[in-house]
Design a binder for this molecule. Structure first.
Ligand code: PHE
Length: 336
């Protein structure tokens, strides 16, 4: 029995320990070998029982030996000491994804950089002059009213910018024309949050000021842009519109790329979706920035990135963009 316990409790974590076990319990010279040799000294009537008992222990020793070999091999694999490292395995960390709004932002910037636009930045906390007054908003214009704009209560001169057109003013008042500038950024409006509206969203502003810039430049630039972003077969149309800072003004629609004219919710069964506002920069705006409007003319445009991403990726609820739900975000893996 003592021998059985000793066998059962044996361990082997190295090749040496395994060999020591083999010599002790398995080899010819092992304790078991000796017990077999004792056989001749056992009385003949007890020999059968003795032999059976020793054989049982021998069987146990051999089974244990096999399991020790297996155990040693497993642990070798686990520590990887002998197993080669597979360099082709993908990294096991869960990488993040590029946000759909960033994907669209980058695409838009890329398209305009190809035709010579640079990128500018401006503050999100603006004063009335840059967000409204310099942009030719009349004193009592409805967009200045409290329901649209987030004002600082103690100082109504300060507000969160309602559009990126404020960056036009920031750049034009500080630098000399010509300008060919893109100004992407976040804007804020005091609106109830729903699938189609949010209190903040993102715009890309663009403006082009030089000598002899005309409506044809505006149209060709925006045709080029729409076809680059939505595909060469995209149709484009301009509708007359009104903005205080452009004259004439136009909104640009593209043919609905979701239903291809068959009618859907996004284009409200019209086949067209509005993607931006634009126009020739009002001479008053240029003068407000110290630019001679007799010498220089320009065009400007502004678009909402959320809307464009909605069209590109068929997102049906604006709120998804800011909820950080990985089930939404993971769908944009491998796009950039
Ligand atoms: N700022 C306008 C808006 O937020 C868009 C626009 C920009 C229109 C530039 C004309 C020119 O709706």
């Amino acid at each position: 029995q003592q021998l059985r316990n000793e066998i059962n409790q044996s361990t082997a974590s190295t090749q040496e320990e395994l060999e020591a076990y083999r010599i002790k319990f398995i080899s010819r010279k092992s304790v078991l070998g000796e017990l077999f040799n004792e056989m001749k000294n056992v009385a003949p009537e007890e020999r059968k029982a003795y032999g059976q008992a020793v054989n049982e222990v021998k069987q146990l020793a051999e089974d244990k030996f096999r399991s020790l070999i297996d155990g040693l091999e497993d642990s070798k694999e686990n520590t990887g000491s002998k197993a080669p490292i597979d360099l082709t395995l993908p990294p096991m960390v869960n990488l993040g994804t590029v946000h759909p709004l960033t994907i669209i932002h980058n695409r838009i910037v890329e398209i305009f950089q190809k035709i010579g636009f640079n990128v500018a930045d401006g503050p999100e906390i603006e004063d009335d002059f840059h967000n409204f007054t310099a942009l030719n908003f009349p004193e009592n214009h409805p967009a200045r009213e409290m329901q649209d704009t987030f004002f600082i209560e103690s100082n109504p001169d300060i507000a969160l910018r309602t559009h990126t057109s404020s960056v036009q003013i920031r750049i034009m008042e500080n630098q000399k024309p010509p300008f060919r500038t893109l100004a992407p950024g976040r804007v804020y409006r005091n609106e109830a949050i729903s699938a189609r509206a949010h209190c903040f969203f993102h715009q890309v502003e663009g403006f082009f000021v030089d000598k002899n810039v005309g409506l044809v430049d505006l149209k060709q630039t925006l045709y080029y842009f729409a076809k680059e972003l939505f595909g060469q077969d995209t149709k484009v149309r301009f509708r007359p519109s009104y903005f205080p800072f452009t004259e004439p003004s136009a909104e640009m629609d593209i043919s609905c790329n979701i239903c291809k004219g068959k009618g859907c919710n996004i284009c409200k069964y019209s086949g067209w979706v509005e993607i931006l506002g634009s126009g020739m920069i009002d001479p008053n705006v240029l003068e407000n920035c110290g630019i001679d409007s007799e010498e220089y003319t320009g065009f400007a445009f502004g678009m909402g990135i959320e809307r464009i991403a909605m069209l590109k990726f068929q997102v049906n609820d604006l709120r998804l963009y800011s909820e950080n739900d990985v089930r939404f975000l993971n769908q944009f893996k491998n796009m950039s």
